[in-house]
Design a binder for this molecule. Structure first.
Ligand code: NAP
Length: 249
């Protein structure tokens, strides 16, 4: 019998990588999506297979509808889709709004927002009992920026994550009676490569003082919350956002 399938967008690095490894350990066949770094995605797949699990790396830009359809087609070849971790996301260099180009705004909203919506749409079509599916769980990646707005740093990134919160609340209610739970995690400062995009060397360490726990979080700590949100232990939880931020939001 085929395993239940989990798609992790942006599963090649950072939080997505940690979630992919934990989902495989929990028994899911995992689609490890990536957009550029095939070596990193292959390493995740090898680690999963080396531990006796099942995984496939699928290249695709979540902002492109055709790529999203290809990611979901790859999942269908593995088995029934039960989990989507809507994780792929990008940040840009530190900037005020009055310095932002249309190219920058378009990229952030296309990847962080339209990409997440497209993936959620395809997941609902396959998981919803209304469409003949057997239910499932979607976990979106929000950010503490959705609460504090990231002034002078990246309000467009913060706004894209604020919209993710509303996708979570609205879609969670929309499909609650169809067997799908939709939740989000709201990470604070997590030690991953994404901070390199800010153009501020050592940004993670610089932020420590502003965090009540006085330390950054790890990708594993965020992935643990994701795993809880897809598990039966959170069976009455939907349309909500779980902060994993050391007390910062
Ligand atoms: P990361 O280390 O930079 O990894 C990003 C992942 O997303 C990579 O696997 C990358 O693939 C993939 N990706 C980027 N653009 C993509 C696209 N257009 N289509 C498909 N995949 C794409 O990031 P992270 O820190 O783990 O962040 C993961 C999520 O958590 C993001 O949504 C981010 O906004 C959110 N978040 C992170 C933090 C933090 O402090 N780290 C805080 C709050 C929220 P390649 O390897 O191919 O480049």
């Amino acid at each position: 019998m085929s395993k239940n399938v989990a798609i992790v967008t942006g599963g090649s690095r950072g939080i997505g990588r940690a979630a992919a490894l934990k989902l495989a350990k929990a028994g899911y066949a995992v689609v490890v999506n990536y957009t550029a770094n095939a070596t990193a995605a292959d390493e995740v797949v090898s680690a999963i297979k080396g531990a006796g699990g099942e995984a496939v790396a699928v290249k695709g830009d979540v902002a492109q509808e055709a790529d999203v359809l290809a990611i979901f087609a790859a999942a269908e070849r593995l088995g029934p889709l039960k989990v989507l971790v809507n994780n792929a996301g990008v940040m840009d260099s530190q900037a005020r709004l009055d310095e932002m180009s249309i190219a920058r705004l378009t990229r952030i909203f296309d990847v962080n927002l339209t990409g997440a919506f497209l993936c959620a749409r395809e997941a609902v079509k396959r998981m919803s009992m209304k469409h003949g599916g057997s239910g499932g769980a979607i976990v979106n990646l929000s950010s503490a920026a959705a609460v504090h707005g990231a002034p002078g740093f990246g309000v467009e990134y913060a706004a894209s994550k604020g919209a993710i919160d509303l996708l979570t609340i609205g879609l969670g209610r929309e499909v609650a009676a169809e067997g799908i739970r939709v939740n989000a995690v709201r990470p604070g400062i997590i030690d991953t490569d994404i901070h390199d995009s800010s153009g501020i060397p050592g940004r993670v360490k610089m932020m420590r003082d502003a965090i009540p726990m006085k330390r950054e979080g790890s990708a594993d700590e965020v992935a643990d919350a994701i795993l809880w949100l897809v598990s039966d232990q959170s069976s009455y939880v939907t349309g909500t956002i779980v902060a994993v931020a050391g007390g910062r939001c």
